[in-house]
Design a protein around this ligand. Structure first.
Ligand SMILES: [Zn+2]
Length: 79
């Protein structure tokens, strides 16, 4: 299915994450699903009292990349 990505507004082939209503392009979809997995792992690690610093920085890294891509695409008309 082609359409507009709900995250970065780009027209692309769209994917839907299980249990979610939004449609995302392949890049946003993979970032989102990775973030969800990492976030769950992070919660588990914190609950078990494990050191989650590495997971935490990984989540933040992907989140920043995701946000950067989304905002960059919104600013397409500017130099
Ligand atoms: Zn997207």
């Amino acid at each position: 299915m082609r359409g507009t990505c709900d995250s970065c507004d780009r027209v692309s082939e769209l994917f839907q994450l299980p249990g979610r209503e939004d449609n995302n392009c392949s890049e946003c979809d993979s970032d989102l699903s990775t973030m969800i997995l990492l976030y769950e792992a992070l919660n588990d690690a914190q609950r078990l009292g494990m050191d989650a610093g590495e997971l935490e920085s990984e989540v933040i890294e992907i989140l920043l990349r995701f946000l950067e891509r989304c905002s960059l695409d919104h600013r397409e008309t500017q130099p």
